[in-house]
Design a protein around this ligand. Structure first.
Ligand code: MSP
Length: 655
């Protein structure tokens, strides 16, 4: 990561409704990547925006008694305000209703039409309004339901314009196969290749105005508007000057990483590359699909009333803690569970206890014993050198994990150093050194801990910019030093200027959040402690007898139906089968199961089984295992747990 160009995009969000945690996650992830790359000196461009055309927006406008553009103008502000609140540093914000965008869409359509890559034909299809997508009969569930959202589709027969997408099928298969970085994680590339095993059809890219008028008019037929996805995908190039400022466009385009959610994989991994190929443009570097945030183990949906509002979280617990949670709690690529309990637990452990305490101990002891300015330490002892080398190692670990898009693991490596630093203080006991007047050793211990904090706060800076600024200010860093957080500088831990700084005390960085127990009268607390604590919303505390779990604890385990797509034996492993299972919504996983002595591969293919979907992935016998299947055990062997009737669709919640 250094001195290159880095162009990162989020999906452009529909303006039919206010933003939710899924939108916030992708945008915070993009922001954090952009900040790391900027710190490394890269030429960064970070784009986000809104998708303003199409039936969804038109319908929302009608429902709200507005014109479509009024709906857009009202809702776009919610996104822009949220990004401001969450400290998002996007360089541009594109709205598809802007002239700079629709003019390019029209120019591209005209060019493709002139080159016979767009043609007119009669069309019969099935349309899902919620997903804004057409499907063929074979795609549908039970001949009538959308394969993505399971809502009933509309049948439509009409004349329309088509993009010759089918022409590029072989090219796309070859491109994906030859460019392993193109679609990530790798299992999403496999999923796309799986989709491309069926013949690829041409893409219907128009809508007659008689049915939908809210869109970009086709330049060659005034009775039609452009299909919203064909319009939307082009934002990634119209925003950086395609067709207008070629130099700027070329500077950024091929370094582009598109961050998307797993539900919009096909539009990005099939429609978009074939569109670019037809236009005559190179491909973006990477399309990265992350998983979904679930509420506990359930899908977030308005009808269930369990959608997490990011603005509320930021207001309640602070922007940086929310940013931290989003990135620390989700392994990019997999689904993650959100509950306020988990949030509070992580807040109190990682931020209040581990990081906040470390800072407060170091600063208070340095002020008390040295007026805040540490003297030059004597030569460091092995324990001190060990901690500093662990911190230096974390710099490398975070950099590597970031490049592999495993930010949660990078964060964990950094937080492990924080925990090590607290242990180091327990072992070296600077408070005793102070009492015993061992000033030299005390200086060495505090110097080591302060240097460790300087490194970890630099590493966490892109994730929690406000809090890490405060932390670094408290360590006595100058405004210039505070923002110097590139990996190179952070590896140079033996900073001689450190002893010239003066540390300053400040209120706790992350005051512990106390969950109030409504029934118990809380014992009186000292005034000082009261000030440092923030009250969390009341949740009912339940005493759980040993060996029992609450319903919330049970639902932390996500059990889902899964269909076994493939199965094979593993060489030299008589107990194991390697399976490919479908968990619905495009979530196809590799899984290793110890059932080979009871089941041959052909016995399990096609079976609908139950899988623990949120188990930490592990490598077993050289294969990635993302989940665990359920089986009943007795002395003679195993019996797979299957679903009554055996025909339930994959991805259903069990419980
Ligand atoms: N407008 C299209 C994208 C066009 S990009 C050229 C769109 N918009 S959206 O507002 O419906 O969704 C935007 C993103 O939110 C998608 O990437 C989707 O995966 C993501 N999420 C929606 N619900 C989510 C969760 N519960 N969790 C994580 N992300 C989720 O699709």
């Amino acid at each position: 990561m250094s001195n290159g160009t880095f162009y990162v995009t989020t999906p452009i969000y529909y303006v039919n409704d206010k933003p939710h945690i899924g939108h916030a996650y992708t945008t915070v992830l993009a922001d954090v990547l952009a900040r790391y790359h900027r710190a490394a000196g890269d030429d960064v461009w970070f784009l986000t925006g809104t998708d303003e055309h199409g039936q969804k927006v038109e319908k929302a406008a009608a429902k709200n008694g507005m014109t479509p553009i009024e709906q857009c103008d009202t809702t776009v502000v919610r996104f822009q305000e949220l990004w401001k609140r969450l400290g998002i540093t996007n360089d541009d914000f594109i709205r598809t209703t802007e002239e700079r965008h629709w003019k390019i869409v029209q120019a591209i359509m005209q060019d493709l039409y002139d080159r016979d890559l767009i043609y007119k034909a009669e069309y019969k299809g099935y349309y899902c309004v919620a997903c804004e997508r057409f499907f063929t009969e074979k795609d549908l569930i039970d001949g009538k339901l959308c394969p993505d959202c399971q809502r009933e589709v509309d049948t439509i027969v009409e004349s329309n314009y088509f993009f010759r997408m089918s022409k590029y099928q072989d090219w796309l298969i070859q491109y994906i196969t030859e460019h392993p970085d193109f679609i990530q994680p790798a299992f999403r590339a496999n999923e796309t290749l799986g989709f491309l095993r069926k013949p690829l059809e041409d893409l219907c890219i128009s809508r007659p105005k008689s049915r939908l008028s809210w869109g970009i008019e086709l330049p060659f037929d005034k009775d039609y508007v452009c299909y919203v996805w064909f319009d939307a995908l082009i934002n990634y190039i119209s925003a950086i000057g395609y067709g207008v400022d070629q130099a700027r466009f070329e500077r950024y385009w091929t370094s582009c990483i598109h961050l998307i959610g797993k539900d919009i994989l096909t539009t990005h991994s099939v429609y978009w590359p074939t569109m670019l190929k037809a236009i005559g443009l190179p491909m973006p570097k990477t399309i990265f699909a992350h998983g979904w945030w679930l509420t506990g183990s359930r899908k977030m949906s308005k009808s269930l009333g369990n959608v997490v509002n990011p603005m509320d979280m930021a207001d309640k617990y602070g922007v940086d803690a929310f940013r931290y949670f989003l990135l620390a709690a989700m392994t990019p690529g997999n689904d993650a569970s959100f509950t306020e309990e988990d949030f509070l637990q992580r807040f109190n452990t990682d931020l209040a206890n581990d990081l906040g305490n470390l800072l407060s101990r170091v600063v208070k002891l340095s002020i008390k014993n040295f007026g805040g300015t540490l003297p030059a330490p004597p030569p460091l002892q092995p324990l001190e050198l060990e901690l500093l080398s662990k911190a230096a190692l974390a710099v490398k670990q975070l950099e590597n994990e970031l490049n592999a898009m495993k930010l949660d693991r990078g964060i964990n490596a950094v937080m492990n150093v924080v925990r090590e630093a607290n242990k180091f203080l327990e072992r070296t006991a600077p408070w005793t050194l102070a009492k015993e007047g061992k000033t030299d050793r005390l200086a060495a211990v505090l110097y080591t801990a302060a240097q460790t904090l300087e490194i970890v706060s630099g590493l966490l800076f892109p994730i929690m910019p406000e809090k890490m600024t405060q932390l670094r200010r408290s360590l006595g860093l100058s405004e210039e030093e505070i923002v110097k957080t590139d990996f190179q500088s952070l590896s140079e831990f033996a900073d001689p200027s450190a002893t010239k700084r003066t540390m300053v005390d400040m209120p706790p960085l992350f005051p512990r959040i106390v969950v109030e127990k409504p029934e118990e009268a809380a014992p009186a607390k000292p005034e000082k402690q009261k000030k440092q604590e923030v009250k969390a919303p009341k949740t009912k505390d339940v005493v759980v007898p040993e060996g029992m779990v609450t319903i919330e604890q049970f639902f932390k385990t996500q059990l889902r139906t899964a269909k076994v797509l493939e199965a094979e034996r593993i060489e030299n492993k008589t107990r194991l089968l390697h399976l490919k299972v479908d968990l619905g919504n495009g979530d196809v996983r590799s899984l290793v199961a110890g059932i080979a002595q009871q089941y041959a591969p052909e016995d399990v293919i096609g079976k609908t089984i139950i899988v623990v979907a949120n188990l930490m992935p592990a490598k077993i016998a050289g294969f990635e295992s993302c989940g665990m299947l359920l089986a009943a055990k007795n002395e003679t062997g195993l019996k797979l747990v299957t679903v009554d009737g055996g025909d339930a669709e994959p991805g259903l919640t069990v419980g």
